[in-house]
Design a protein around this ligand. Structure first.
Ligand SMILES: Cc1cc2nc3c(=O)[nH]c(=O)nc-3n(C[C@H](O)[C@H](O)[C@H](O)COP(=O)(O)OP(=O)(O)OC[C@H]3O[C@@H](n4cnc5c(N)ncnc54)[C@H](O)[C@@H]3O)c2cc1C
Length: 399
């Protein structure tokens, strides 16, 4: 048996590391347990994900001292977003609704966020990181929890936080039912350079049979996000660079001139998850382990940051008052403050995906109508733009 910790975090992805950063200014003893090796956590590699951060996320990352560790020359502002539907002329256009705000959000490469989070905790006296260690079970008791590693070693903590991905094995072990939505689609992402500028405008094109998005990166470069049926994904991945370049250039009707692949093509199967509850005895889920979003609305990490911030604030308050950081009332309050928004986002996003990936003739009419109404009814656009840019409430991106 090892020295007991106050908090054990399972998983050193962006959510687990963010929570650890939130504990930097406390005297809580924190252990991060990660099944991958140290190299992959300490020097994260480019993974094709460009994370669109809302203003609230920016505020949290600044508070954690993480934002300044990100190379600012790699941060691209999202000044505008346009949503197109098939061959219809209907278009939905989003801009910041406040004069003093210059962008809807900010696009940052995922690996840079992970690097900055790791760099922030690497020398912390109260945070230990243990890599190459897989948690196989958590046994809860009234006053503590026991974390069981694959090698049967056990570690004790007052609070266990699972940040072990949308496919969380520990969530299942602890007995938390979870809704899983298999979209039966694959998302292919890569960086592309182009001849003409993107003017920092993001595009989401719900075409018939596939979806293509362009997220403006720094300079004349963009992250191209292609969503296709699972049985078409291998063909897209196997395309020669020349074929792929022509395919994307043609899709955007030469709007950006010739487009050239400038990174690796990465693929992600699309499966969404939402845990029925975010807590159990001395146990909380954060990040994708609590809600694994379809990436089309760019909510995933934004919600992950928000959730860990809510839980961290409650834990800090308990620490200040010498209270139990794994108590039932504390955990219930965390769930109460976070779960309703995640449900709304999860089911709302799935609804948008269901509508805009259904190509039945009648549904195509509905798709056009929905865009027209939203574009010409200012309150809807105001609400979305305002939510994106407001740093004190719950933000989300329109796609
Ligand atoms: C293509 C794409 C684009 C995206 N774009 C956006 C965007 O624009 N905006 C946004 O907000 N979000 C976006 N997301 C979502 C975002 O990337 C995720 O929400 C985020 O990475 C989830 O982080 P996490 O730490 O919760 O989980 P993960 O990153 O999955 O990390 C889980 C960690 O737990 C470890 N682990 C698992 N099981 C165990 C175990 N038993 N023991 C020990 N360790 C374990 C894993 O090794 C891993 O390191 C996107 C996602 C994709 C795929």
């Amino acid at each position: 048996m090892q020295t007991p910790y106050d908090i054990v975090i399972i998983g050193s992805g962006p959510a687990g590391l963010s929570f650890a950063c939130s504990m930097l200014d406390t005297d809580a003893r924190v252990l991060l347990i990660e099944r991958s090796d140290f190299e992959s956590i300490s020097k994260p590699q480019e993974d094709g994900r460009e994370i669109a951060l809302t203003h609230l996320s920016l505020k949290i990352l600044k508070k954690l001292g993480v934002w300044d560790l990100i190379d600012q020359t790699q941060v691209a502002p999202l000044r505008e977003a346009k949503v197109f539907d098939g061959d219809s002329p209907s278009l939905l256009n989003f801009k910041p609704d406040q004069k003093n705000i210059d962008a809807l959000g900010y696009l940052v490469p995922n690996y840079l966020i992970r690097q900055a989070l790791f760099d922030r905790i690497k020398d912390a006296a109260n945070i230990d990181l243990r890599c190459d260690a897989k948690v196989s079970d958590v046994q809860q008791q009234p006053n503590h929890a026991q974390i069981v590693l694959e090698n049967n070693e056990t570690i004790e903590a007052k609070l266990v936080i699972a940040a072990d991905s949308r496919f969380s094995e520990i969530r299942r072990k602890v007995g938390i039912p979870t809704l899983m939505k298999d979209f039966s689609k694959v998302m292919i992402v890569t960086k592309m350079t182009h001849e003409k500028p993107h003017n920092n405008i993001a595009l989401e094109c719900f075409d018939y049979g596939k979806t293509l998005a362009l997220l403006p990166m720094v300079g004349n470069a963009s992250s191209v996000v292609l969503t296709v049926k699972t049985n078409e994904s291998q063909k897209m991945l196997d395309m020669s660079e020349e074929e792929f370049n022509s395919f994307v250039t043609d899709f955007f009707k030469d709007e950006f001139g010739h487009m050239t692949q400038a990174g690796v093509r990465h693929s992600y199967p699309l499966i969404g998850t939402h845990a029925q509850t975010f807590i159990a005895q001395r146990f909380a889920l954060i990040g994708d382990a609590s809600v694994g979003m379809h990436p089309v609305t760019a909510h995933g990490f934004n919600l992950g940051l928000r959730g860990q911030d809510i839980l961290a604030n409650l834990v800090k308050e308990a620490l200040t008052h010498g209270q139990d950081i794994g108590s039932e009332p504390l955990l219930k309050l965390y769930e109460k403050k976070h779960i309703n928004l995640t449900r709304l986002m999860f089911f709302g996003t799935n609804g948008v995906v269901a509508l805009f990936t259904n190509d039945a003739p009648v549904v195509k009419q509905v798709r056009r109508m929905v865009l027209k109404i939203a574009e010409h009814f200012p309150p809807i656009k105001y609400l979305i733009s305002h939510h994106l840019t407001e740093a004190n409430k719950n933000k989300f991106l329109p796609f």
